[in-house]
Design a protein around this ligand. Structure first.
Ligand code: CA
Length: 241
């Protein structure tokens, strides 16, 4: 009952103003405690049992921070971290590794893999919240929005916005990732397989035709700027040659 009333209070915070934090933790009690603690300190939080659930959620919304347990059933936290850091959309999300392992080895491995901080179970909730806030402060200072340009077409990477001249263009998540990938590799020809692998992930069991279909819809939405995407016959696509 007590829990419900506190959770009810957090609903009064303005939606959207609160930062979203994703928690990947297979132990239900810990996961619920983390979410409860975050929600009662003014954050929004969602919990996931494994990397698959996290991936699905990332398709919908990119959070401000991810708490990532290392020991998970199936794919472990290190592997999930690696995927996050290899994807242009999720690369800049700060990650705190949460683990029961005390060994120095794990700490080094997590930080070298691109994690922003590291917290060892068991930890107190005060310390936990302080760490979360510290990482969020650091990341908001660091990540000035990166802008990628191709003539009058530009992407505000962190805001996930695409602009052509003074007009904002709405894209689906995959169209955005596709354009971002081409822009990051400006003037280089990207093969269909490279695009498929990067935008849809290495587990994706799709056909290269998927890429063509998305390029077509992307071009349509970009209008005039769609001409910036060049088809290189028999190879793939290139932007800004
Ligand atoms: Ca675990």
């Amino acid at each position: 009952m007590e829990k419900m009333s506190i959770l009810g209070k957090t609903e009064q915070y303005a939606k959207g103003a609160r930062e979203m934090i994703y928690c990947v933790e297979d132990e239900r009690n810990i996961r619920e405690l983390l979410i409860y603690t975050l929600e009662t300190t003014g954050f929004q939080a969602k919990g996931f049992e494994n990397g698959k659930e996290l991936q699905k959620a990332l398709e919908e919304e990119v959070p401000e921070l991810i708490l990532l347990d290392i020991m998970l059933p199936g794919e472990d936290g290190y592997s999930i971290l690696e995927k996050l850091k290899n994807n242009s959309v999720t690369r800049n999300i700060p990650v705190i590794m949460v683990t029961a392992k005390e060994a120095e080895y794990d700490k080094v491995r997590g930080l070298e893999g691109g994690a922003d901080d590291y917290i060892t179970k068991p930890f107190g909730m005060m310390e936990f919240v302080a760490r979360v806030k510290a990482v969020l402060r650091r990341s908001s200072r660091q990540v000035e929005d990166r802008e990628l340009r191709c003539s009058d077409l530009y992407i505000k990477v962190k805001r996930h916005e695409v602009w052509y001249k003074e007009r904002k263009i709405d894209l689906t998540r995959k169209e955005f990732e596709l354009l971002l990938y081409l822009m990051e590799n400006k003037s280089l020809v990207m093969t269909r397989n490279q695009i498929l692998c990067h935008v849809w992930g290495y587990d994706f069991d799709g056909e290269t035709r998927t890429v063509d279909v998305h390029v077509r819809s992307l071009r349509q939405k970009l209008g005039e700027a769609g001409n910036y995407i060049e088809t290189v016959r028999g190879v793939g696509y290139r932007i800004g040659a």
